[in-house]
Design a protein around this ligand. Structure first.
Ligand SMILES: CC(C)(COP(=O)(O)OP(=O)(O)OC[C@H]1O[C@@H](n2cnc3c(N)ncnc32)[C@H](O)[C@@H]1OP(=O)(O)O)[C@@H](O)C(=O)NCCC(=O)NCCS
Length: 143
């Protein structure tokens, strides 16, 4: 199993992974991936096994993140492993790649978030050393 940066030739397989995590993201796929490939504040790492992509992590530099004391911080924007490959250490290795990337960009802290209902995602974060710092409710209003 290899963890490596996303390449432009990965895009069809990457689309399937990304829309499995974010079903509403399909329409924005090309724009979002173009940003990742061309913006030094964004990166994506993929897990490849036997020529197949089985997971990814997207990481960014954010100027601010809840609970953090430094800036910028590395931020886990998306983290996904296909169900049949979970709990074999792939998720951990993806996050390590994201953390190495952020460290190389000068970061001394990482941050992330999770839906309140995603208790398994929260437990996986905790196993990787991520401490819960805040719970949030989001709002909107039409203008
Ligand atoms: C979260 C996710 C990426 C983890 O991937 P993974 O390959 O299974 O992770 P790993 O096997 O490397 O496990 C990392 C640690 O988390 C723990 N863990 C993984 N899944 C877990 C679960 N469902 N419940 C509790 N702990 C879990 C593992 O035991 C491991 O800890 P350990 O090494 O101390 O035993 C994967 O479950 C997933 O894609 N979930 C759906 C999307 C999602 O929720 N993403 C995160 C958003 S908050």
């Amino acid at each position: 199993m290899t963890i490596r940066p996303l390449h432009p030739q990965d895009l069809p397989a990457y689309f399937a992974l990304r829309t499995a995590l974010w079903p509403d993201s399909a329409d924005d796929f090309e724009l979002e991936v173009s940003k990742i490939l061309n913006n030094h504040r964004l990166a994506s790492f993929v897990a490849e096994q036997n020529g197949q992509l089985v997971g990814f992590v997207e990481v960014s530099l954010r100027d601010y993140a809840e609970g953090c004391e430094s800036s910028p911080v590395g931020y886990l924007e998306g983290w996904y492993v296909v169900p049949e490959h979970r709990k074999t250490g792939i998720g951990r290795r993806l996050v390590q790649a994201a953390e190495d990337w952020a460290r190389a960009k000068g970061c001394s802290e990482m941050a992330s978030d999770s839906e309140l209902s995603n208790t398994q995602g929260q437990q996986a974060h905790a196993r990787l050393g991520y401490q819960e710092v805040e719970r949030m409710v989001c709002f909107r209003k039409s203008l």
